[in-house]
Design a protein around this ligand. Sequence first.
Ligand code: FES
Length: 208
Amino acid sequence: MTHSITQQSDIPTGVNRQRRRFLTTATTVVGAIGAGAVSVPFIMSWMPSERAKVAGAPVQFDLSQLEPGRQVTIEWRSKPIFVLRRTPAILKRLDQETHLSNLRDPDSDVTTQQPDYARNRYRSIRDEYFVVIGICTHLGCIPTFRPDVAPEDLGPEWIGGYFCPCHSSRFDLAGRVFHGVPAPTNLVVPPYHYKTDTLIEIGVDPSA
Ligand code: FES
């Protein structure tokens, strides 16, 4: 816009020509200002604010901080993300036939609940680390992390998992929902990938 105005006013060779150029320039300036003024609201409406960009930005987590059997909760897009380091004993329990028969969707057949690369036995890229959105698929409460086996309040069948305190939905440590609870589907696995051997980035697909 500024560039074209400078070019038009640089070469005056006579009064009439100068006047014509001035009028041309003035028209161009007014036109440019008018177009600019009109376009600003549109630009502002589709340009995400810095705050929105930060709120939607991917988040990273260094897995080397996490001890076996421990879980951390980090925030991504205002949602709690559970990152759990599963032990060989946990993985073994998740795979028992008797346990699988208690689950509504043991093979992640509901494809909306995880990316394709997490549609496997443990619903994760690597068996050891489980990444999941910590929001119950019933009405959105945050399930509690209960890795203990057969605690008194959850009964002898409990092999460790997530328990939703709102209406008692149960999920295992792969986020798979049990039969007979209000939650209809498994917990949601967010998009994520490994940036390095120990650094994950949540909010970005591996193929991106
Ligand atoms: S919100 Fe979790 S069981 Fe209802």
